[in-house]
Design a protein around this ligand. Structure first.
Ligand code: ADP
Ligand code: MG
Length: 374
């Protein structure tokens, strides 16, 4: 068993975080696959898998449904679920809100904004869904992919922000007249209260403030239940039953983001099991010196490959090898800086593959790097 798998698979919940496009979804699927190969009943909750990866996991159309992935050689089980965030919200409301308020909430325009596009609401419901699946006891290892966040803090902060918003008493008081007055005539800036205005300015697509007011009133009887659950989710994520994997590439900006994200995760007292540097450029020549075009031309001649083209193949090869070395050394520098900044969190590197990772065979290749060398 590799160091990373023994560190990871004793945890019940593994959360993959990081900037957009770095490989979170890929890593999440790989970790769940490896858990199944190690004999665990594992599920990956993906958010936005590329279509081909979704197909490979059997997630063609259905969202919010656990699907078993066929893995004949795995002693464990691999399951996958594509999180449909809107549907998760609806199910959550249906489960938590009493029947008398439920329909009004589900129909409410503000609720529709909240459940589809309000900042932080995706993160909130993703963790909520994770908690629900964890409580079901059906899986031993749950791996959560996270939505592409702009700000590293979004993910951990979202539940509190959503709750602050829903429980905002001054806001409710301010909006109370809207319920009496019907369509709200006042402009936002006449309402005063800077923090509240900032909160409101994050919202999009609210047709009338009346609807917001109505929503806040309808949700109140359930607010304490919301709050209690959010506290439990938070507790689970900060406990030693959960681990975080921070995914990044080796480029300058993602590395800077990863460093600041790591600091926040540590401050939030979460367990960061590893920093995964993905799509790292590798210098396949290692310690060897770069061959000259002449040496390559000799080599091609020996192998019977025509040194054709303009410029000649040997020259193009020499250039590619030079570029590869330059990219690899840039990446190596950034990753050293990253390793020093996140010390003692271990760093695991996954090379950049020549093609996208979209099927189980490619996920196994990623797994070989994630789990054999650490
Ligand atoms: N090591 C790798 N080598 C080559 N391509 C990769 C690698 N890891 C991920 N990819 C590809 O990069 C793209 C983004 O990966 P993805 O996991 O969807 O990122 P995220 O979920 O962070 O947005 C996908 O097309 C994926 O197939
Ligand atoms: Mg993704």
């Amino acid at each position: 068993m590799s160091a990373l798998s023994s560190r990871l698979f004793e945890r019940e919940v593994i959360v993959c975080v990081g900037a957009g496009g770095v490989g979170k979804t890929t890593v999440a699927a790989t970790v769940a696959l490896q858990a199944a190969l190690s004999g665990k009943r594992a599920i990956v909750l993906t958010i936005d898998p590329a279509r081909r990866l979704a197909n490979a996991l059997g997630l063609a159309e259905l969202g919010n449904q656990a699907t078993r992935v066929e893995l004949p050689d795995a002693p464990g089980e691999l399951w996958a679920m594509m999180l449909d965030l809107k549907r998760s919200w609806d199910e959550f409301i249906t489960r938590t809100v009493s029947t008398e308020h439920r329909d009004a909430i589900l129909r409410n325009r503000f609720y529709q904004t909240l459940s589809s596009s309000l900042a932080g609401s995706q993160e909130y419901i993703a963790t909520e869904k994770l908690y629900e699946l964890h409580s079901s006891g059906r899986w031993e290892v749950l791996v959560l992919d996270t939505p592409p966040t702009q700000n590293a803090l979004d993910f951990l902060d979202a539940p509190r922000r959503i709750l602050d918003f829903l429980g905002n008493k001054p806001l409710r008081r301010l909006l109370a007249p809207a319920l009496v007055a019907g369509r709200f005539g006042l402009r936002l800036f006449q309402m005063g209260g800077k923090a509240i205005l900032e909160g409101l300015s994050r919202l999009t697509g609210i047709e009338t403030l009346e609807e917001l007011a109505r929503f806040l009133v309808e949700i109140q009887p359930t607010y304490d239940a919301f709050k209690e659950r959010a506290a439990k989710v938070r507790e689970l994520l900060a406990s030693d039953r959960a681990a975080f994997l921070l995914v990044t590439t080796a480029h300058g900006t993602p590395v800077e983001e990863a460093i600041s994200f790591h600091r926040m995760l540590v401050e939030a007292k979460t367990n960061v099991a590893a920093v995964i540097a993905n799509r790292v450029h590798v210098d396949h020549l290692g310690e060897l010196s770069l061959p000259s075009p002449e040496e390559l031309a000799d080599e091609l001649l020996r192998e019977g490959v025509p040194d054709s083209g303009q410029p000649a193949l040997s020259e193009r090869l020499a250039r590619t090898l030079r570029e590869m070395r330059a990219l690899a050394s840039l990446d190596a520098r950034n990753l050293e800086r990253l390793a020093a900044s996140v010390h003692p969190t271990p760093q695991v590197r996954v090379p950049r593959f020549p093609a996208d990772v979209y099927d189980l065979a490619a996920l196994r290749m990623v797994a070989d790097h994630l789990f054999s060398r650490s």
